[in-house]
Design a protein around this ligand. Structure first.
Ligand code: GLU
Length: 437
């Protein structure tokens, strides 16, 4: 085989393997396993323990969308409310071919813990539609969004369930969502979704909030390990969507050496550091990193195991497995994605002394600024960008320290500490509210 052919075969083999891993690791099983691992450190009643495992409501909808050529296609979507004890449920909406009910259940459960950990007055939810948004025209995407939003009307409101962007959705999708809800009730309701464009009630600083929060957590962990110079820290980031690209840009702006980035088709690596802004512009212009001159081309598996100090998985679930965890060279992992690490991989990483800053802490910056957006909308009183960044930073550092204290108290890893801090807050609220009737 020629070099090029071999490369193609390897890329295909890698994609098949990744798909197999994705199939093997059911995200809801992962979420439940993490829950079991954490809950044993807590003294809560068996009834409450059991209650918290279940999603409160699960909504499935099959709906038609008219394509531009006049044909009609059916789509399936979900919205799951995991828990609503601390307040309205909160969580994003995902447009992806990998969406299924168990994935949405897992993501909703993680939202419950994420909101509880960072002290927000919210429960957890998630929604998704099985669709590759790249295959839709802008008009078809708008139709799909509006029809899905309209199907969710019985479930959502600013006081019951507040959606936001996630994988495959963006501020424009949120604008259509907000408009559909507003047209239905007859007046404008900005607080129905967060992550909207700023000119219709979105918050300054929301778009980059998740990525910034990831880097704030990375800094807290690095500071803990002793004094360091930012340019000596080599950061590799898997995923160049909203989370990955903003984490890369923010890390780069703070002087960290971003050595690797990737998107779904693979990435680029340069041990001396990449020009992150140039990589962003290249990806936007060409749709992939082919022909990028500032780094060598690598595949996604190579990115995960590349030579770096900090690895930021910011793509999707199930990326760090028992197969690649033994080969990871980073000494710190900061989870930008939800659920990127399997419990088996967690065990290997813990064993190897590699610290993992878990998703519900590391990527909470998004929902923190979503909360700020919702508060601003409800009060019709808007903050400037500096204020948003300052409050985000304060919330992230506080949550990091709280998690670390819990880790020390119980002598557990950061994931277990974050989960048990969150579970305790929700369990205490359930206990004091009691079970109805
Ligand atoms: N989709 C984001 C997450 O997974 C944000 C959710 C929100 O802002 O409600 O945390």
């Amino acid at each position: 085989m020629h070099g090029k052919e071999k490369e193609v075969v390897m890329v295909v083999a890698h994609q098949v393997l990744s798909a197999m891993h994705a199939k093997l690791e059911n995200p809801y099983h992962v979420a439940l396993e993490q829950y079991d691992r954490a809950v044993r450190y807590l003294e809560i009643s068996d009834g409450v323990k059991e209650f918290l495992k279940y999603p409160r409501r699960e909504f499935t909808v099959n709906f038609p969308v008219k394509r531009d050529d006049g044909t009609v296609e059916m789509f399936t979507g979900y919205r799951v409310h995991h828990n609503t004890v601390l307040g309205p449920s909160k969580g994003g909406i995902r447009f992806s071919m990998a969406v299924n009910l168990d994935e949405v259940r897992a993501l909703a459960m993680w939202m419950t813990w994420k909101c509880a950990l960072v002290g927000l007055p919210y429960g957890g939810a998630k929604g998704g539609v099985i669709v590759d948004p790249k295959t839709l025209s802008p008009h078809e995407l708008e139709s799909l969004t509006r029809r899905y939003a309209s199907e969710l009307i019985p479930l959502i409101s600013p006081h019951s369930d507040i959606p936001a962007p996630d994988m495959g959705t963006n501020p424009q999708v949120m604008a259509w969502f907000m408009d559909t809800y507003s047209m239905t009730v007859g007046y404008s309701v900005p607080a129905i979704v967060t992550g909207k464009p700023v000119n219709i009630g979105g918050s300054e600083g929301r778009n980059e909030a998740t990525g910034r929060g990831v880097i704030i957590c990375m800094e807290e962990s690095l500071k803990d390990k002793g004094r360091y110079r930012a340019e000596d820290i080599r950061v590799a980031i898997q995923g160049f969507g909203n989370v990955g690209s903003n984490a890369a840009l923010y890390a780069h702006s703070l002087g960290y050496r971003v050595v690797g980035v990737s998107d779904i088709e693979g990435g680029i690596y340069n041990e001396h550091g990449l020009d992150v802004e140039a990589a962003r512009v290249h990806l936007k212009k060409y749709g992939n990193f082919d022909g990028f001159v500032g780094g060598e081309r690598i595949n996604n598996e190579e990115l995960i195991t590349c030579d770096c100090d900090v690895l930021i998985p910011a793509a999707m679930e199930g990326q760090l497995t028992q197969h690649n965890a033994p080969h990871i060279r980073a000494s710190l992992i900061v989870e930008g994605a939800n659920g990127p690490t399997s419990p088996a991989a967690d065990d290997i990483l813990n064993e190897r002394g590699i610290q993992v800053i878990p998703d519900i802490l590391a990527n909470a910056g998004g929902v923190v600024v979503s909360y700020f957006e919702w508060v601003q909308d409800l009060q019709s009183f808007f903050w400037d960008e500096d204020e948003v960044h300052r409050q985000l930073e304060r919330a992230m550092r506080k949550s990091y320290l709280k998690t670390q204290e819990m880790a020390e108290k119980h002598d557990v890893d950061m994931r277990t500490a974050a989960q048990l801090t969150a579970i305790k807050r929700v369990a205490d609220a359930v206990t004091v509210r009691g079970f109805y009737p």
